[in-house]
Design a protein around this ligand. Structure first.
Ligand SMILES: [Zn+2]
Length: 295
């Protein structure tokens, strides 16, 4: 646990162009990092608008959707960021709007999550009984508050609460599934926040998503099928423009949020494993918390 850890940004789909766009991140050198769970995505030394250095990683690739949400090596990515000193992870997430009140382009700061994924390694501790951790607040409350203040200050449309349901993909959801998710309390749907959020908690990193709505979820709006466009027409051209405009604001919002986050922020994330430490089951170095597979 460090009081002056580094900040990491995980970039998801819908935000690739901000990697190289005007007002976006300034990318330095990057390289994949070996971990006990395989190789991470390339991790770049980058700068947010205003110059603050961050570690930057893309879930799906630097050019497009080359690695599907179902194929992301979440464990390697989180482990590598922790290994490089990150104690804060802000994760971007393009999502579908289940709550009909959420217009495309609206930013959402989920406070809770429903994990519907089934085929993804979801813990670092498969070989032990570690990791039975409380998730009353799945996302870091301090980071969520900073993001909310940054969005408010920028005058961007946003809601500072929501429930994100996470699906496996690759297919998108059916109308009946979306109705079921709505009945369970979900307000947005995405494919990547799980198991990412729980893996960050296992490594005692603060983790919070910055999500924005890129299309209404299936069945929420009547949309004709169009085989020639993204997601076969779930969003209108005007909505796609709104989603792109929101994505373009992401780097500045992240920068403003990080500026607001004190290194000594009061949250429980960075002592999530404390009882195991107190019991003597783990030491201070997280690298010793897992049994390394034979090479
Ligand atoms: Zn935290």
């Amino acid at each position: 646990m460090t009081a002056d850890g580094r900040c990491a940004v995980i970039v998801g789909s819908g935000a690739w162009h901000v990697l190289r766009g005007e007002g976006g991140f300034v990318l330095g050198p990057g390289a994949p990092r070996p971990t006990p769970f395989g190789s991470s995505r390339p991790i770049f030394e980058a700068h947010l608008p205003g110059g603050r250095p961050v570690l930057l990683l893309t879930r799906h690739g630097e050019r497009g959707y080359d690695v599907g949400a179902w194929a992301v090596n979440y464990r390697a990515n989180l482990w590598a960021l922790k290994d490089l000193g990150a104690d804060l992870v802000l994760a971007t997430c393009a999502c579908g709007g289940i709550d009909p009140a959420l217009a495309v382009g609206t930013f959402v700061l989920p406070h809770d999550l429903i994990d519907k994924t089934t085929r993804r390694p979801r813990t670092f501790f498969e070989a032990s009984g570690l990791g039975v951790l409380r998730h009353a607040e799945p996302f870091c409350p301090a980071a969520r508050k900073a993001l909310a203040e940054a969005l408010a200050e920028a005058g961007l449309p946003h809601v500072d609460a929501g429930v994100c349901v996470v699906t496996d993909g690759p297919r998108l959801e059916t109308p009946a599934e979306i109705r079921a998710f709505a009945a369970e309390g979900a307000t947005v749907v995405g494919m990547t926040l799980a198991p990412e959020f729980a893996l960050a908690r296992e490594l005692e990193m603060c983790y919070a998503p910055l999500a924005w709505v890129v299309n209404p979820a299936e069945g929420v709006r009547d949309r004709p099928y169009r085989p020639d466009v993204l997601f076969e027409g779930m969003a209108t051209e005007a909505e796609q423009a709104s989603a792109d405009a929101a994505a373009a604001r992401v780097p500045a919002v992240l920068a403003a949020a990080v500026d607001r986050l004190a290194p000594d922020r009061s949250c429980h994330c960075r002592s999530a494993m404390q009882r195991y430490r107190d019991d003597g089951r783990i030491g201070d170095d997280f690298r010793t918390w897992v049994e390394r597979p034979a090479p």
